[in-house]
Design a protein around this ligand. Structure first.
Ligand SMILES: [Zn+2]
Length: 190
């Protein structure tokens, strides 16, 4: 039987692309890494290909994902970071043996240890989350204005004015809702 999985939402920031593997957290949540194979697919799509992925590793990955989401949300709201989330992020960061390597073209790639294991990939994601939560990179953590989404994203727009995690989904939906409301108003006022 051919099973259709929800598509990935890949952005330019690794840590928030990862938290976007669960969307609509405050509505009808969509799990985009429902199986170990899908986590492996996601890692491959993000240049962190692994040899294998087990159910336990998928559990760990989701734990890291929700911890990044919790810590980044707190940072966006300028609240204290939840201690348990910080612990998970640090644990994942410490457990990996990935190394940064320079390509002849001058790009940075991550090389996982010879086993190409999931914990190496998760450590790269955790380190990416640490660098944005710590405010080391140009940009600002923000929360999507969609009620049912409230995803945390990293805004690198000039003046940090982005309102939606994704213009094609949440932004577009809002635009359509506003259009419908306007049409309704027009009908009521003729
Ligand atoms: Zn959103």
């Amino acid at each position: 039987m051919h099973v259709e999985f929800p598509e990935f939402r890949l952005g330019s920031v690794l840590a928030t692309s990862f938290t976007a593997t669960l969307t609509e957290r405050h509505g009808n949540a969509v799990e985009r890494i429902p199986t170990p194979r899908r986590l492996a697919d996601w890692l491959t799509a993000n240049d962190l290909a692994v040899e294998t992925c087990t159910a336990t590793e998928l559990g760990l990955a989701r734990d890291l994902r929700e911890s990044i989401h919790a810590a980044a949300t707190a940072a966006a709201l300028q609240q204290a970071l939840p201690a348990s989330a910080v612990l998970v992020v640090n644990d994942c960061s410490a457990r990996g043996r990935a190394t940064a390597a320079l390509t002849p073209e001058g790009n940075r790639v991550w090389e996982l240890s010879s086993l190409g294991c999931v914990s190496d990939a998760l450590s790269v994601i955790a380190a990416d989350a640490i660098s944005i939560i710590a405010g080391e990179r140009d940009g600002k953590l923000a929360i999507c204005a969609s009620e049912s989404c409230q995803a945390v994203f990293f805004d690198i727009s000039r003046g940090s004015t982005r309102r939606w995690c994704d213009m094609n989904t949440c932004g577009n939906r809002q635009k359509k809702a506003r259009f419908r409301a306007n049409q309704r108003d027009k009908l009521l006022h003729v």
